[in-house]
Design a protein around this ligand. Sequence first.
Ligand code: FAD
Length: 391
Amino acid sequence: MRRYDTIVVGAGPAGSTAAYRLASAGASVLLLDRARFPRDKPCGGGVTERAARLLPFPLDPVVEHVVTAADLRLRYGRQVARGTGAPIAYMTQRKRLDHYLAQRAAEAGADFRDGTRVTAVENGEGGVSVAADGERYTGEALVAADGVNGLSARALGLGGNQHVGVALEGNLPYAKLPPGRYHGRLVMELGTVRGGYGWVFPKGDHANFGVGGWASEGPALRGHLRRLCAAHDVSFEDLEELRGYRLPLRSARSALAKGRALLVGDAAGLIDPVSGDGMFEGFLSAQYASDAVLAVLAGRESTLEPYGARLARRLAAHLWTSWGIKVALDRFPRIAFSLATLPPVWRGIEAVLRGDVSDVGAVRGLARPPLKALAMLARATGNPGQAFREA
Ligand SMILES: Cc1cc2nc3c(=O)[nH]c(=O)nc-3n(C[C@H](O)[C@H](O)[C@H](O)COP(=O)(O)OP(=O)(O)OC[C@H]3O[C@@H](n4cnc5c(N)ncnc54)[C@H](O)[C@@H]3O)c2cc1C
C-alpha cells in the first residue's frame, strides 16, 4: 500500500483547496470524499471577494452572477440600499464550484477518489492512517475537511462547537420572479430569524432564497422561509431543491491540531457567526494548513500543532467583531441595524468583505464612532466573541 505525504478527508472547498496547494508544492496527496462528484451541498454559494482572493486560481469558470449592491431590510420594514459598485460577492452553485475545486486539485496531482467513505482515522506516533471502503491508507499528515457532519474531529479528539446553527434554502427560477429584480444585488432580511437572517442571492437562471439562525429556530425555519417568500411576493410552493443543513461555530478553546492531524473549514467549526459564511474560512484554513503540513514534510516542524494557534490568532479580531454584531442585532435589532447600515460603517463592512482590511476593527474615519457604539451594545450582551481575543 502506497504511503502518502498527506491524506485529505473531504473534498469540499476547504479540503480541495488544501489538496491543490499541497500537490502544487510537490507533496503526494490522497483526497477522499464519500460522495460521487459532481455533488451538491446546501449553501447560498456566495463567495465573497476576500474569499475569492485566497484562491490560487481564477473562480470565473463557475461564477454565475456578480453582486455589487445589497438591499438591507429590518423585520420586513425599513430598507436601505448599499453598495459602492465594486464586487462584494461572486455567486456560484456548490455543485459546480466544488467539482471545479476538486478537479483543480486532481490536475495539480492529487489522487482524488470520490465515492470513497472514510470510516476511521488515526493519528499515531509514526504518522496517520485512514480506513475507507475496506482499504487502509497511511500518510505523514492528515487534513480533516469532512464538514460539520464528519467523523474526523470526534475521532481525533479535536474541535468542539459552542453552537451549531441551522439553515434552510431553496431555488426559484427567474421565470417566476419579477424580471431584473435581483440583478447584481443580494438581499439580507435582518431581525427576522433569531441568531441569523433571511437572504435572496441571484444566480445564473434562478435566485436562492434562504433563512438561518440559532439551532432552536430549527422547527420554525419552514415558517421563516414562507414569510421570506411572502415578503418578496413569490410562492413558497414554487421553491425547488428545498434543503436544510447545519452551521458550526467553534468554541474559543477548541483544539484545531494535534500531532500530525488538523481540522479545516466546517470540520473545525469555522463559520462566520454573523454572516453564516464559511468559504472564506475554509480557503484561509486550507492555506494555513498546507503551510503547516509543508513545514512538517520539510522537517522544519515535528507536529502540525503551530497551525491551531496561528489560525486562531488570524481570526480572533474578526470573530470578536462578528459575534458582537450578531448578538447586538439579536438583542437590540433597531439600533444595531441603524448603526451597521450607516454609509461609512457599511463601506467598512464592504472593505472587510473585499479583503481590503482584515476586520472591522481596522476600519478608520467616520465609521469609528458608530462601530464603537456597536461594540458597546455587544459588550452589554456579554459578547461571546471576547473569548477569542483572550484565548
Ligand atoms: C444553507 C447554508 C447556506 C450557506 N451559504 C453560504 C454562502 O453563501 N457563502 C459561504 O461562504 N458559506 C455559506 N455557507 C457555509 C458553507 O456552506 C460551509 O462553510 C462550507 O461548505 C464548508 O466547506 P468545507 O469544505 O469545510 O465542508 P463541506 O463543504 O461540508 O465538505 C465536506 C466534504 O466532506 C465529505 N465527507 C463527509 N464525511 C465523509 C466521510 N466519512 N468520508 C469521506 N468524505 C466525507 C462530504 O461528502 C463533503 O464533500 C452556508 C451554509 C449553509 C448550511
